[in-house]
Design a protein around this ligand. Sequence first.
Ligand code: PMP
Length: 392
Amino acid sequence: DIAVHRDSAPETGGNRTRPNPPSDAVINLDHGDPTVFETYWRKVGEKSTIKFKGDQSLSYFANAKNLCWFLEPKLEEEIGRLHNVIGNAKVKDHFIVVGNGSSQLIQAALYAVSPCDHPEPVCVVSAAPYYSSYQEVADLLQSRLYRWGGDAYSFEKDEPYIEMVTSPNNPTGVMREPVVNRPQGKIIHDLAYYWPHYTPITSQVNHDIMLFTVSKCTGHAGSRIGWALVRDKDVAKKMVKFMEVSTIGVSKESQLRAAKILGIISDSCQDDKSPDLDNFFEYSQHLMAQRWEKLRQVVKLNELFSLTKYPSEYCLFTKDFTQAHPAFAWMSSKSNMEDCEKVLRGHKILARSGSRFGSDPQYVRISMLGRDQEFNLFLERLSSIQEITSEN
Ligand code: PMP
């Protein structure tokens, strides 16, 4: 997913002060590298530091008694605490399986829910526009268990299938429900963006398989930690088996760091625990709202593009009516016929074409999760586009 245009990815390497990108630099908003919250974490400073000594965390095992034997108890605790603080998903009656990002858990879940007695690979479908990685993941190994089946809206076969439901959706940011709705189906709910900074929390979801990731929640994509909440014990066991065979578990350093980070954001929502910390979700929601407001202004002024509109809904976490401020902008050209990705590329803005998501090239997905400098440069360039022509 992120390999495309990797050459123009920013150098990070732990630099503290980052120079502004040169005014003619290519801006890469193709992938959703979540560096947007870096400023928050810089402010948190030493409180988020975690150290390891040489004699720590040597074993493969984290908790041999747990079904997910490589899950660090501290991470399990902090995942449970965060979901309770936010109220976005029911943890009770679910097993937690940790993965190397939710990317690995998507594969583990596909493996775990595929019927093993079906003569043909079952179709993995998702309603278009869908997250572009599902197709790649489903087809990469040309498995005998499953294969990519395309847009869920056009799936008509009377046979077992797996539906990926991304809510809020990547790329469009809207909340979603399954669309096939047949008894032979297994559903995997990808809830990577179901956090208050991106969307109002309208209910405490309680599905059979729910995938989350630290990457989009706190911005720590580099730690590669995701988790699945799985109701069925046999499915959870199969997912753990997948993890055993592919990577024999998940780095303990990463898990303990993720536990620390999740602990901080839970604390930050509870004044008594952290009077000196800014509420992470208030901070991040405000930041996303500001970016969206600026983008909408530019789009309104130049009249060439349009953006998805989101309804105002009551958020159970903020206890207020809020709008979604998604991690991606799903933008289209008003002239309906133009290749939007190409137009932006002509202005040195890399974004992902709608065609990659099973939609039309008139659409383009733009990451809203980059650093301020990049985002501001993007707005500057977008506002300088005067007209859309195919020569761009
Ligand atoms: N699901 C969705 C919908 C995503 O957008 C992403 C990241 N782009 C992932 C899963 C994977 O995230 P990670 O592997 O970093 O947890």
